[in-house]
Design a protein around this ligand. Structure first.
Ligand SMILES: CC(C)(COP(=O)(O)OP(=O)(O)OC[C@H]1O[C@@H](n2cnc3c(N)ncnc32)[C@H](O)[C@@H]1OP(=O)(O)O)[C@@H](O)C(=O)NCCC(=O)NCCS
Length: 303
């Protein structure tokens, strides 16, 4: 079976295959969503142009029977493989391994930490990844909120992050999310993102870090509007000394309200590890509903 870069006509057929396979958790990958328009928007939003990294498996009658593509970030040395997708289970057994190889081979030498992600139901992907020694994450829950009903008012101590917050946010970000896909610098410098900080001018000063008169930064939250129109809150954390005192609620309310207002689909999505009891408790108290489960498989996890 040939795995190669596609002809223009094969790109369209591969897209049809991807849309079809994304419809069910047992064959979908985590990153692209499930609706045809949403998938196309997410693909077009991938940093490395997806048509350049798309690789297809083609059978004897020139049909596209498998596809894969990959995105990467040299700053963090990580890649995210989208797919592989195959026409059916028999074809998975035949070409999934070669498709995954084709994707990984495209990444620069500085990128050594590769990841695929899907629902736990996608057992074939789990087998493929673990057969390579890739390490499964714990289950992550996907939560969504569509209304701010019952949320507390956003407190006056939450404000948009400014350049002077970078050092304080970096410390909290790296402690809470070591080895994650985006640095604090990237969060703060991305004009497409909403990044807020929770400050405290007097109390709890020993728990946070000064930002030169603008208040002690006790925590931050950062979110974006995805290409498919959903809001995505990917980071929220307090400095360790500020946790467990109910302060996260104000920050969650403020970022959630900002994202709901900006999301064309009027929703906030987030993922959380199933073992993260305080965060799960907080999200459920806010009325976030659990919509799906995901597992990531990484070749060299750094966290
Ligand atoms: C998640 C986080 C932002 C929550 O903020 P917080 O101010 O510490 O949260 P709270 O003090 O309001 O606690 C949240 C809830 O968890 C409960 N809780 C705290 N520790 C708990 C534990 N070990 N087990 C079960 N529940 C726990 C609290 O009682 C509270 O429940 P309640 O609302 O019924 O009283 C904060 O803990 C944090 O920064 N954690 C590290 C980073 C992180 O995990 N971010 C989320 C990634 S998805």
């Amino acid at each position: 079976m040939l795995v190669a870069a596609p002809s223009p006509e094969q790109v369209d057929r591969a897209l049809g295959l991807i849309v079809d396979r994304q419809a069910a958790p047992v064959t979908a990958c985590a990153y692209l969503g499930t609706t045809p328009d949403g998938i196309r928007a997410e693909l077009d939003d991938i940093e490395i142009p997806w048509r350049e990294t798309l690789r297809v498996a083609v059978d004897d009658s020139a049909d596209v029977v498998g596809a894969v593509l990959v995105d990467w970030d040299e700053e963090t040395g990580r890649s995210w493989v989208h797919g592989p997708w195959t026409r059916d289970e028999a074809m998975w057994d035949e070409v999934a391994d070669a498709l995954l190889d084709a994707a990984v081979t495209l990444t620069p030498a500085t990128v050594q930490d590769h990841e695929v992600s899907a629902a736990p139901e996608h057992e074939r992907l789990a087998e493929l990844a673990t057969s390579r020694g890739w390490i499964a994450s714990e289950v992550n829950y996907v939560y969504v909120a569509r209304s701010a009903d019952g949320w507390p008012d956003a407190p006056a101590t939450v404000r948009p992050a400014v350049d002077g917050d970078l050092e304080a946010v970096t410390v909290i970000h790296e402690e809470a999310f070591p080895g994650t896909y985006a640095t604090a610098r990237r969060l703060l410098s991305d004009p497409e993102r909403v990044t807020l900080v929770l400050t405290e001018l007097t109390e709890l000063a020993d728990s946070g870090r000064s930002t030169g008169g603008a208040g002690w930064v006790l925590g931050y939250a950062s979110a974006e509007i995805q290409a498919d129109g959903d809001g995505y809150l990917d980071f929220i954390a307090l400095s360790p000394g500020a946790r467990g005192r109910g302060l996260g609620a104000g920050l969650l309310s403020a970022i959630g309200r900002a994202v709901l207002a900006a999301s064309p689909n009027g929703c906030v999505n987030l993922t959380v590890k199933e073992s993260n009891a305080p965060a799960v408790r907080l999200y459920e108290r806010f009325g976030y509903a659990r919509e799906a489960e995901l597992v990531g498989y990484r070749s060299r996890p750094t966290d």
